[in-house]
Ligand binder design. Structure first.
Ligand code: GAL
Length: 342
């Protein structure tokens, strides 16, 4: 289950057809027809995955590819079933957001048996022969979350609300968070009073966990929440204890609710990950792999089985001071949506 060393580095079924632009020029395809790509998501519960799907499909369309989108409805069994259906449908490459970092090995094995390369999208599949991994630097996301809170609460009781333990990113985030917190813990300035993993990155689970922690620990100095849905749950529990806005809380994904909570002062920060760059890049790589081309020069990330060729993008730390010049200037959210005014 442990994470990694860095070296060198839908539910629903739709068929879409596509055409060219931006960066990767559409491959000159003989009469074989458009490249067929399978995009296999975990689920669409969190706001970002709908964006990933739409951005990926529209870029693949620009590159004259066909995309079949499926989700595993939040289960690894559902994902394996959907993967086999996509493989039976003749996809030439499979782009997967794994529900479970190890159970997804079965998906890669099924694809490999059909000589179909697998791209691990955003989350790494461990212990499998994946062709590529495209994501953000998730250790850096964790560092940014802890740095933002440590600068506001250099001492006291810390709560770490980790993501789903079945998600490799949750472990990378925790590594980054602990890298930053370790000296403060060693000096005794900071005490980690609780560090649960939140199943499914679920808001309701986070609220329940935070409420029970608050019953045991009155003076919580900061909550290192690993993403915005977990932050929302924690802040709801803090609000019920009249502590919302008094305890710094981190997040990730720059969801609209999180940006509004940052303006309101109940959430301290979030980590913005420009999904447009990630999704368009992954679509370009998928079209290349589907056409039997290599994806070009890459770094690598070891997944316990091999050094996986990887592309890792930089995340952006966001708080009240730079909302305008990050998520708003990028068009991720409008000023009206974030501030509720023009
Ligand atoms: C992670 C992803 C985060 C967050 C979470 C919950 O793997 O990197 O952006 O959304 O899943 O879906």
């Amino acid at each position: 289950m442990r994470t990694l060393a860095l070296t060198g580095a839908l539910a629903g079924f739709c068929i879409l057809a596509a055409c060219g632009g931006g960066g990767t020029t559409p491959p000159k395809r003989a009469s074989t027809g458009a490249a067929k790509i399978g995009l296999l998501l975990d689920d669409l519960r969190q706001e970002r995955w709908q964006r990933d799907r739409d951005l990926f499909v529209s870029r693949a369309e620009e590159l004259r590819a066909k995309v079949e989108v499926r989700t595993g409805e939040g289960t690894s069994e559902g994902q394996l079933k959907a993967a086999n259906e996509l493989l039976d449908a003749g996809v030439k490459v499979l782009v997967v957001v794994p529900n479970d970092l190890e159970k997804a090995i079965a998906i890669v094995d099924a694809a490999t048996a059909k000589k179909v390369p697998v791209i691990s999208y955003d989350r790494l599949i461990r212990g499998a022969d994946v062709a590529m991994y495209v994501s953000f630097d998730n250790v850096k996301v964790g560092r940014m979350q802890a740095e933002a809170l440590l600068s506001r609460a250099p001492r006291g009781n810390y709560v770490l609300l980790g993501g789903a333990q079945s998600d490799n990113n949750a472990h990378l985030l925790r590594d980054g968070q602990m890298e930053v917190l370790k000296p403060a813990v060693a000096s005794g300035a900071v005490k980690i009073v609780a560090e649960p993993w939140i199943d499914g990155w679920d808001e309701g689970v986070a609220k329940t966990q935070m409420a029970s922690i608050l019953k045991k620990t009155k003076n919580v100095a900061a909550v290192v929440a690993s993403n915005d849905s977990i932050a929302k749950g924690a802040i709801d529990a803090l609000a019920e204890a009249q502590l919302a806005g008094k305890v710094p809380v981190s997040g990730q994904d720059a969801e609209i609710g999180a940006c509004q909570r940052i303006v309101a002062g109940t959430q301290t920060m979030t980590v913005y990950k420009p999904l447009k760059t990630l999704a368009r890049m992954a679509a370009g790589d998928a079209v290349k792999l589907a056409g039997g081309q290599s994806a070009g020069s890459l770094t690598t990330m070891n997944n316990g089985k091999k050094d996986v060729p990887a592309r890792l993008l930089d995340p952006i730390s966001v708080d009240k001071s730079n909302l305008d010049v990050t998520v708003i200037s990028d068009g991720y959210h409008t000023r009206a949506e974030v501030y509720g005014s023009k």
